[in-house]
Design a protein around this ligand. Structure first.
Ligand SMILES: Cc1cc2nc3c(=O)[nH]c(=O)nc-3n(C[C@H](O)[C@H](O)[C@H](O)COP(=O)(O)OP(=O)(O)OC[C@H]3O[C@@H](n4cnc5c(N)ncnc54)[C@H](O)[C@@H]3O)c2cc1C
Length: 436
């Protein structure tokens, strides 16, 4: 059970939800994530892999529906409740929390911004899935464009030309779009996914940001998946490349068409993913803190449990302080962001605050994981203890969903442009994306 004082004084319903998700994270997700962490990449994606068993259970519990608005198949959760689900899942495993997060991206975006036809064709079957038949992923980064995809949001249009062309391009042909190219090996869940929420540059356009967002069923003719990659961290969610060779999709699978809204959409989607990453980072940091606290109470050195030594006690206090401060900032920003994007569907969340939540929480997760390993001494480097895995996951987070440096540069640009404004100024970003 999650037993800690919650300054938000959660309602009975919130507390019950937290306990339910925590139990699932502790009893189901954690053991499976440790098993996956030690398996070779090819084994992790075999049909009898623990990955599919856990995902199936998550679908049965309906967690994949948590980000949908109530009228579009959602569970009627508050933003705080959505936050609670993500923190608890990530306490259990960053990989499974990420797996659930990327599963939602194509379908939630289609529910929010797509046509009724795509809702019926793709979103409804995904909502009703209780067997883990469907799994989404999010294809953004490309072999030649990692950080470029973030920087292109606010960079001067003249300068974005230096990024060169996208590695994945889309071309209209009658009432279909044709997709060609390759996404990078880091697409989370790609080896196990059935659908990709894909960003592609319009063929022949000037800059990377002249794009569209569509859903590509990964069993379509011309799609090929790369082998799952062997990473340092987050090994419990398989990652791999996606190749598209003249893949045809119907026009209504384009969720956000090329034009000025694409930039706003992408910026707002990054607000949602930033809040998600913030919650994951707090959950991971809390897991590290709790492991270190328990260990320090038991390990005896100098004739006393090491927690009695002032340096260890103080380090633990600093870890606690970081987890608590990060949690409340990420929660507040999540509430603000979700009210706008999911509940009111107004697309006016604040990118600079969402990025700050993600950046701050990722940094504290890494610091807390680092300090936790130190408290464990040599045992902290040993695979027998979970802290070693949590540290590798925390290290990966500094790169996942944008490196902290590039996210910070991108947020800095927004602060410089918009600090005095009380609202999200879509004018600037609209101008950038309306060049074509
Ligand atoms: C665990 C994990 C999960 C991921 N999941 C997904 C996913 O689901 N979907 C997906 O599409 N991608 C995913 N990624 C990819 C991730 O978004 C990219 O790795 C990230 O954006 C960085 O891109 P890159 O790795 O190509 O690094 P690069 O962009 O090559 O950056 C290399 C270094 O240069 C710095 N740098 C780059 N550009 C600039 C600049 N303009 N100014 C200053 N410094 C710069 C960076 O900070 C970094 O230190 C994932 C990555 C990880 C690690």
């Amino acid at each position: 059970m999650a037993k800690f004082l919650d300054l938000d004084e959660l309602s009975e319903e919130d507390r019950m939800l937290r306990e339910e998700v925590h139990r699932f994270a502790e009893e189901v997700i954690r053991p499976a994530s440790l098993e996956l962490d030690r398996m070779p990449p090819d084994e992790r994606i075999k049909p009898d892999s623990p990955y599919f068993k856990v995902m199936k259970q998550m679908k049965k519990l309906g967690y994949h529906r948590s980000y949908l608005p109530e009228g579009k198949g959602g569970l009627g959760l508050t933003p705080l409740q959505r936050y609670i689900i993500f923190e608890e899942l990530a306490w259990g495993s960053l990989g499974f929390a990420t797996g659930l997060g990327v599963d939602m991206i194509p379908f939630v975006c289609a529910a929010l911004y797509g046509t009724p036809e795509i809702y019926e064709d793709l979103v409804r079957p995904w909502i009703e899935d209780e067997d883990g038949k469907f799994h989404g992923c999010w294809g953004v980064t490309e072999p030649e464009h990692g950080s470029d995809y973030l920087i292109s949001l606010r960079e001067d249009p003249e300068l974005t030309i230096k990024f060169g062309k996208g590695n994945v391009v889309a071309e209209k042909d009658g009432d279909e779009w044709v997709i060609t190219g390759q996404k990078s090996a880091w697409v989370s869940s790609a080896p196990v996914a059935t659908h990709c929420g894909l960003h592609a540059q319009v063929k022949g356009s000037k800059m990377l940001g002249d794009g569209l967002f569509c859903i590509v069923p990964l069993d379509a003719e011309g799609v090929r998946k790369g082998k799952p990659v062997d990473m340092l961290g987050m090994r419990d969610d398989p990652q791999g490349e996606l190749f598209f060779d003249n893949v045809r999709i119907p026009e209504h699978y384009v969720v956000v068409a090329p034009g000025f809204f694409y930039g706003i959409f992408y910026d707002q989607l990054l607000c949602l993913t930033s809040c998600g990453m913030g919650a994951f980072a707090v959950g991971l940091a809390r897991a590290c803190f709790e492991e270190a606290l328990n260990y320090a109470r038991q390990r005896v050195q100098g004739g006393v449990p090491i927690i009695k030594h002032k340096n260890v006690k103080l380090k633990l206090y600093e870890m606690f302080e970081k987890v608590e401060t990060a949690r409340y900032y990420v929660r507040k920003v999540t509430e603000y962001t979700h009210r706008r994007i999911i509940d009111h569907q107004t697309a006016d969340a604040s990118p600079r605050h969402a990025r700050a939540a993600q950046i701050y929480a990722k940094k504290i997760a890494y610091e807390v994981a680092h300090d936790a390993v130190q408290i464990f001494g040599a045992y902290g480097l040993n695979k027998e203890f979970i802290i070693e895995k949590l540290f590798r996951d925390a290290r990966s987070m500094l790169i996942e969903d944008g490196t902290v440096e590039v996210l910070s540069l991108e947020a800095a640009e927004d602060v410089a442009e918009n600090y005095e404004k009380e609202f999200y100024d879509v004018g600037h970003i609209t101008r950038l994306f309306d060049m074509g």
